[in-house]
Design a protein around this ligand. Structure first.
Ligand code: GDP
Length: 325
């Protein structure tokens, strides 16, 4: 693939070129990695910027229904929307909670929409890099909004929050008055909580849940990157398409405020620094996984076990030999 030619096609909005480029960034082959790096460097010069919105929620809260309704609303406003997924279940089992083809049927038929499921059978580090690079590709392709979806389990929220300008948590109405076991760390990451299914019989429960979370959010430390009133909890109904334009207005207000105050670029800069660190860590771990490195670990491990070497001395010897192996 010729880098300059591919880059031009992506910038011109060629969807097949975009899809192929995402396949390229998903590849682990060394020559593909080099091509992907060149392509991303070339495209970074396009200077295009989308609003990156991360969305997390446990299975069944209505993520795909919300993304479809919300995406259709944005498209009706003339915006172009890309949807990507970080699916930790595919990392573990090769199966997938997110991204099966029947989801987001209406949205997938829209010309202004681009939906790409999570690749399967990659470890979370690999999915994270691939998604981050896919976000950059969609951005260069001129999408206005890139939605990055994940299920609310394990580490995947952090991964998505670290590549989003705005991070949303989608919840369903709770039965009782208890907060739904949402971990404090995740509440702290959320820029907005959307209580979905605020319709029909569920409306009273949604109202209660929304009030509970509004209260819980007020107890969190005020964040310098937020104007007054944020983070906030809102009610939506993805099915009845209620509250979606209000939620979008809030997101736009928050993003606008952050742009004006420099927090938007500041967050992206901090994220770039975070991902640089991650790349270094991943690359170091990859060096430990080579056959030679494993053999050296075993040999040094034997000497540590036999009492010939202290763990620290063996580790220093191991690390000194890395890279050269
Ligand atoms: P996901 O697993 O988070 O992607 O959830 P889905 O979008 O697949 O939705 C799970 C279930 O909740 C489906 O049966 C939806 O029809 C239902 N659902 C989604 N949004 C709403 C809503 O706004 N109101 C109600 N009443 N049900 C909804």
């Amino acid at each position: 693939m010729e880098t300059a030619d591919t880059a031009r096609r992506i910038i011109d909005g060629d969807r097949r070129a975009l899809a192929r480029a995402i396949t390229l960034v998903e590849s682990g082959r060394t020559d593909h990695r080099a091509q992907a790096r060149d392509l991303l460097e070339t495209l970074a010069r396009s200077g295009r910027q989308a609003l990156r919105i991360g969305l997390s929620g446990t299975p069944g809260v209505g993520k795909s229904t919300f993304i479809e309704s919300f995406g259709m609303m944005l498209i009706a406003q003339g915006l172009r929307v890309a949807v990507l997924a970080v699916d930790p279940s595919s990392a573990r089992s090769g199966g997938s909670i997110l991204g099966d083809k029947t989801r987001m049927d209406r949205l997938s038929r829209e010309r202004g929409a681009f939906i790409r499921p999570s690749p399967s059978q990659t470890h979370l580090g690999g999915v994270a890099r691939r998604t981050r690079e896919a976000v950059a590709l969609c951005e260069a392709a001129g999408f206005d909004v890139v939605l990055i979806e994940t299920v609310g389990v394990g580490q995947s929220e952090t991964v998505v929050a670290e590549m989003s300008d705005l991070f949303l948590l989608l919840l369903a109405p709770a039965g009782g008055d208890e907060l739904q076991g949402v971990k404090r760390g995740i509440m702290e990451m959320a820029d907005m909580i959307l209580v979905n299914k605020a319709d029909g019989d569920l409306k009273p429960a949604a109202t209660r849940t929304c009030a509970d979370y509004s209260g819980a959010l007020r107890l969190l430390r005020k964040r310098p990157q937020d104007p007054d009133g944020f983070p906030k909890a809102l009610m939506v109904s993805a099915i009845e398409e209620n509250g979606l334009s209000e939620a979008w207005a809030e997101m736009s207000q928050l993003a606008g405020w952050r742009r004006e105050t420099g927090h938007f670029d500041g967050r992206r800069a901090a994220q770039a620094r975070y991902w640089f660190g991650e790349e270094v860590r991943q690359a170091l771990l990859a060096q430990l996984r080579t056959p030679d490195a494993r053999a050296a670990m075993d040999a040094l491990g034997d000497r540590v076990a036999a009492g010939d070497l202290t763990p620290q001395a063996a580790a220093e010897s191991m690390l000194a030999g890395l890279g050269g192996r």
